[in-house]
Design a protein around this ligand. Structure first.
Ligand code: SAH
Length: 225
């Protein structure tokens, strides 16, 4: 696992991060329990991943705009999706939809390597800079269409998709190792989407559970699906 750059470096926001995480843990509807996920949620400075004028709201449990019409996901949902990937320290994980880089930062504290694909170049560049400034050096970011996955780094132990395709793109299913897990919101933009928790068994993606959600659409996909 990556050596930890953040703990012990006071950033003035630790109390707010703890209050946010404590609020999920106190909520009887909260499904976030994994102590490793709870620890990284207390550690990663979410305010560094949002635009300066929104930093005051970074520790509210809600999505926030990050520019180019995109959003950073709600922290409790980031925590839950991360928990359900059931990652191990030796894992290599693919994320589709880097956005701000916050989800990639959370994953980077729990696994060996994170590969993250973002279709909007300006977001990919900003996320790469913030991650480098914070010392999260086991995250690789590529600008491109996530429908194709990241073939030259496959297979992955886990895949997290942060934008909603109409159906799971075939290359992502192929690039997941046997026994690996995928979390992906599937469905049209107009209706609530289903967040699918999948596991690959005998070459097929098997559903472990679902949750109604609303993510931004997965764009692109020409000629890939
Ligand atoms: N995980 C992000 C939230 C991402 S929002 C975070 O922690 O901030 C979803 C992101 O998916 C947006 O940035 C959007 O530009 C990106 N996206 C949409 N379609 C995509 C595609 N085909 N390939 C890669 N990224 C895509």
């Amino acid at each position: 696992m990556n050596p930890d750059p953040s703990p012990g470096i006071p950033d003035g926001r630790q109390g707010e991060r703890n209050a946010l995480v404590d609020s999920f843990l106190r909520d009887p509807r909260s499904r976030v329990q994994d102590p490793r996920v709870v620890a990284v949620m207390r550690e990663v400075p979410r305010h560094r991943f949002v635009p300066p004028d929104l930093q005051a709201f970074a520790y509210d449990d809600r999505p926030l705009p990050i520019g180019s019409g995109q959003t950073i996901s709600q922290p409790s949902l980031v925590a839950y999706m991360t928990q359900e990937l059931k990652v191990r320290p030796s894992d290599r994980v693919l994320e589709i939809g880097t956005g701000s880089g916050y989800q990639a930062a959370i994953l980077s504290r729990l696994v060996r390597e994170v590969y993250s694909v973002e279709i909007i170049a300006s977001l990919a560049e900003t996320a790469a800079k913030v991650l480098a400034d914070l010392g999260y050096d086991n995250v690789r970011i590529r600008c491109g269409d996530g429908h194709a996955g990241w073939a030259d780094a496959a297979p992955f132990d886990a895949i997290l998709v942060a934008c909603a395709p109409e159906a799971v793109p075939a290359p992502l299913a192929e690039q997941l190792r046997e026994g690996g897990r995928m979390v992906v919101p599937v469905g049209p933009q107009s209706d609530p989407q289903e967040l699918l928790f999948l596991e690959k068994r005998d070459g097929q993606l098997k559903r472990q559970g679902t949750l109604p959600v609303r993510f931004v659409p997965m764009t692109g996909g020409n000629g890939i699906e």
